[in-house]
Design a protein around this ligand. Structure first.
Ligand code: GNR
Ligand code: NI
Length: 187
């Protein structure tokens, strides 16, 4: 297993639509293991494959609350595929139902480091997907799980949370990112 580099806005790959996985194979699982290791290394709670440059409809997630356990897990991430530890794997996830009720959550993204803003999304949703073993599952989500799975599904469709902010806020953040890039180039 290895930590892979995470691509950042404005990398055009983040705007591409990821391809469905035909079958969950050992190769898929090796990629998912790398994604979990990369997610823990970056202290994220979710990661879509496109964030490591792979255009496949795969998401990993760990929203378990205590960060100490997360650190602990990062030390032990050679224990791959452990689903009872709070790691979740979603292959070809699809939202089959979303609530009328919405909530606002302050989102961040490993591909937009340093920026956070409120995003409004359905408060609850139901998600159908294949798990680590390629078995079909359907679960009801609310709270952070609902927010996070929708954030990750957006990645699979070429959308980052900035696209869900007002045009003004998005332009402001993109301007800061471009300026930081320029400053880094001359340095
Ligand atoms: O680590 C992450 N935190 C987060 C916080 C609120 C809403 C969504 C997220 S997902 C993000 C990791 C990431 O960029 N996943 O794509
Ligand atoms: Ni993200």
């Amino acid at each position: 297993m290895s930590v892979r580099p995470i691509i950042e806005v404005p990398n055009p790959l983040l705007k591409t639509i990821s391809t469905p996985v035909e079958a969950v194979t050992d190769e898929t699982r090796a990629l998912m293991d790398d994604m979990v290791e990369t997610m823990y290394d970056a202290n994220g709670i979710g990661l879509a494959a496109i964030q490591v440059g792979v255009s496949q409809r795969i998401v990993v997630m760990d929203i378990s609350p205590d960060s100490e356990a997360q650190d602990d897990k990062a030390e032990r991430y050679d224990l791959s595929g452990l689903e009872d530890e709070g790691v979740r794997y979603f292959v070809n996830p699809e939202i089959t139902w979303a609530s009328e009720e919405t909530n606002n959550y302050q989102e961040g993204c490993l591909s937009v480091p340093g920026f956070y803003d409120d995003v409004e999304r359905p408060a609850q949703c139901r998600v159908k997907f294949l798990d680590y073993h390629g078995v079909e599952q359907e679960i009801d989500c609310d709270g952070l799980l609902a927010t996070c799975i929708q954030h990750e599904l957006d990645h699979l469709n070429g959308i980052v949370f900035l696209d869900r902010l007002s045009r003004l806020k998005r332009q402001m953040i993109l301007k800061k990112i471009r300026k930081a890039e320029r400053d880094a180039d001359v340095a």
